[in-house]
Write a protein that binds this ligand. Structure first.
Ligand SMILES: [Zn+2]
Length: 615
């Protein structure tokens, strides 16, 4: 082999045994391009040693495999949050040179063929002369993008005996190739890495996807920069590092431990690891979690702090109650009242995501074709009011939309009445069920969408009704029509509605004496209140069902009296009554008291601004 040094000679034993194995069940190649025997040492060795074979048969290998002119490589298709296995089958036949790709959309096929051909040639491999047929099955899966470039290239090399047959066993391959053979950053990969790792196979993927790889805590992920490096690793000339390797592992005789060698008995016999215990030892199952490395790498971005917001004590208190009980929040106030500033600070009051939650959020980001950047921070999504129903529900073909990108975080809808009515209607179902169902390509796909809804609106079309300077010119009819744009049932699903006043000018000018509380301080109270709720009832107050409300939100006699007065004055619906109970429960939990007090009920009633007649 060209440029072979002493170090790589050490691996030659492996290579020889690999090619012994390859030739043991094969006839000499009849349609190679000749390059293999001219300047590829291991193929030359294979020719010489082909006779003293290992005598093992693997005709019915069900793992990735290769026989003469035929190979199967495993990869996975992106299908929402799942990643079904795809078999990339390559057949090399006699005949005029042709390259057929079956099972992919036409435009993708054309590009992929060109990339694979160029990448093989520029990486120094021979491109088979005869008729190449590549089939991606199952055929009915939506297969997009270039992630199948690497498996197709590897499959061609294996079918053409430029790679040993056993190199494909127990592995999955992912990655788009450049014309020069470099592995490119490949989108939507994280769900495939999670599912692939659970399969126990080793996954080989582009080094530029190391961020996604670092989120899956498993040793069976291997990163490569280009096609050549993958092939060198498959024949034992180099060792690929994993996303968590600081130093490339190697044992005393210079063999890397990253990739199993062909001498590894577990990989002989039938092409599958010999037993489950061995398999587990080599590929420990992926816990759905994120490594410490992954989280710290991602959480450097600053989160806006509550201390930056001056005044607006009622708004801050409502935000704290919303955070503590996971209640929906609607803020009504004129422009400049700080509605958006407050909403942006809600994630900073919520407890950080757990490891498995963070992986779930990162997988949704990846499935949407984005780089996962949230880390342990809760997502904050604020789609424009021009967003269509489609954009809220889905980000395109089987991609999560805004509601799912806000999963386990905050969905902020500014200028709520300006949203399309259908878009608002589309929120109702996910608000109840916590999931979004998509149907595309005759497949249904479910994305989680358990978000906390925060909305903001002006009190009237111009925004200044009630302004002491008399700025508002809106008629009563215009105001009524504006508010009627919110569907009753949607507003009814939002526990808290508060009115915010614009800050008086003196508040803005005079440097306040107050030492504003930081988000961290409030977050401690929120965490304590959440702990009380989870210990008492196993869920947060916003999610209590009516029977649970009766059980956990019992009122004393004077609290009851106060509430019935409020009900008769405000004409509360049964649903609104339940909201008040929940909110009173959260106020009591924030105070750390076991029984709901009169003051808690009074505060809860104040948090139902829209139940009051329009002033
Ligand atoms: Zn107005």
């Amino acid at each position: 082999m060209k440029g072979m040094n002493l170090e790589s000679l050490v691996s030659l034993t492996e290579i020889r045994s690999a090619t012994d194995y390859a030739t043991a069940t094969q006839q000499p190649s009849s349609n190679g391009d000749g390059r293999g025997t001219d300047d590829d040492t291991w193929t030359l060795e294979a020719g010489r040693n082909g006779e003293d074979s290992l005598g093992q048969s693997k005709d019915d290998a069900n793992e990735g495999s290769a026989k003469q002119g035929l190979s199967t490589v495993y990869s996975r298709a992106p299908l929402g949050l799942s990643a079904p296995l795809v078999r990339v089958e390559v057949h090399l036949g006699a005949g005029l040179p042709a390259f057929h790709l079956v099972g992919l959309p036409e435009a993708v096929v054309r590009e992929s063929k060109e990339r694979v051909r160029a990448a093989l040639l520029t990486s120094g491999f021979g491109f088979p002369d005869g008729r190449i047929t590549v089939n991606l099955s199952p055929a009915d899966l939506p297969k997009e993008g270039g992630r199948f470039d690497l498996p197709i290239a590897i499959g061609i090399l294996a079918a053409n005996e430029q790679l040993p047959a056993g190199a494909l066993e127990g592995r999955e391959f992912y990655g788009e190739l450049s014309l020069r053979g470099e592995l490119r950053d490949t989108p939507k990969l994280l769900p495939a890495l999670v599912e692939g790792s659970r399969s126990g196979r080793e996954l080989i993927l582009p080094a530029s996807n190391s961020l996604e790889a670092s989120l899956v805590s498993d040793a069976s992920l291997k990163l490569a920069h280009d096609l050549r490096q993958v092939c060198d690793a498959l024949i034992g000339l180099t060792v690929l590092s994993g996303p968590h390797d600081s130093v490339e592992p190697s044992d005393e005789d210079g063999h890397g431990r990253g990739l199993p060698t062909m001498q590894d008995s577990a990989y002989l016999h039938d092409g599958a690891p010999r037993d489950d215990a061995h398999r587990r030892a080599r590929h420990p199952p992926v816990a759905a979690d994120i490594t410490r490395m992954g989280v710290t790498a991602l959480t450097n971005e600053t989160v806006p702090d509550l201390a930056e917001v001056r005044g607006q004590f009622a708004g801050k208190r409502a935000l704290e109650i919303a955070a503590a009980g996971e209640h929906g929040l609607l803020m009504i106030g004129p422009p400049g009242a700080g509605k958006t500033l407050l909403a942006q600070r809600l994630p900073g009051l919520l407890p950080p995501l757990t490891k498995s939650e963070a992986l779930e959020v990162a997988s949704l980001e990846s499935a949407a074709g984005r780089k996962p950047v949230s880390g342990s921070r809760r997502p904050f999504r604020s789609p424009q009011h021009t967003a269509t129903v489609a954009a809220l529900i889905s980000g395109g073909a089987l991609m999560p939309g805004e509601l799912s990108l806000a999963h386990l975080g905050v969905l902020f809808l500014d200028e709520l009445p300006e949203f399309d009515r259908l878009a608002l209607e589309a929120l109702r179902e996910p608000l109840e069920s916590g999931v979004v169902n998509l149907i595309r390509y005759q497949r249904s796909c479910e994305f989680p969408a358990r978000f906390q809804l925060v909305a903001a609106m002006n009190p009237c079309p111009c925004g200044y009704v009630g302004d002491p300077r008399g700025k508002c010119q809106c008629t009563a009819e215009q105001i009524a029509r504006y508010r009627a744009r919110l569907s009753g049932p949607l507003v009814d699903r939002i526990d808290i509605h508060i009115e915010l006043m614009a800050l008086p000018v003196e508040h803005l000018l005079v440097e306040s004496q107050e030492r504003p509380e930081t988000s961290a301080t409030v977050a401690l109270r929120v965490a304590a209140a959440r702990q009380i709720q989870l210990q008492r009832q196993g869920k947060l107050n916003a999610r209590l069902s009516p029977p649970e409300l009766e059980r956990f939100c019992e009122l004393g006699r004077d609290s009851k009296a106060l509430l019935s007065t409020a009900i008769s004055r405000m004409g509360l619906s049964a649903r609104a009554y339940h909201r008040v109970l929940k909110l009173a429960r959260t106020c009591a939990d924030l105070a750390g008291v076991p029984n709901i007090r009169r003051i808690d009920v009074a505060e809860a009633v104040q948090l139902r601004a829209l139940d009051k007649p329009i002033s």
